[in-house]
Design a protein around this ligand. Sequence first.
Ligand code: NI
Length: 187
Amino acid sequence: MPLRPIRIYGDPVLRLKAREIREFDDSLHALVADLFETMHAYQGVGLAANQVGVAQRVFVVDVPLEGGAHERFAVVNPVLSERKGKQIGEEGCLSMPGITEDVQRALSVRLRGFDEQGQAIDRVVEGFLARAVQHESDHLDGVLFSDRLSPLKKQFLRRELDALARGELPDGYHPGSGGGAAGEGAI
Ligand code: NI
């Protein structure tokens, strides 16, 4: 399965509202496998399909838990509801390498959707996994975490975001070969 280059801030596909997936077929399975492979290569912990240029409603996460376990799964056509509480924590995005900011998210959220085989998912997630799920669901609606910052913080980031949009990537970032450490922990 091929690594797919990650689309960077400024790429119009990141602003599309992704389409619902109707078929749980081989092409979906290949896409999910590529999403996992690409996310791992870039040392990320979450990746949405439009971040590799495919405007379809599917994302993957692989979030480490205490004790060495992982929450690793794909979600097709995710629907979030029952947002509860709030958490403020640092977030990075594989499509915005080199940029991290504190972002407010719900502390827990009900996640419904399907796995890549078409089996229903209905569970409540919390903590960092809830953050990742909210971040990836935003991607599928064309929303980036920078959109969720205060006007002042956005203004501070403007120069860096404009540089990314011009194709200026951080030092040490190697598109197509894993992105170096720029993506570590990003979603
Ligand atoms: Ni992201």
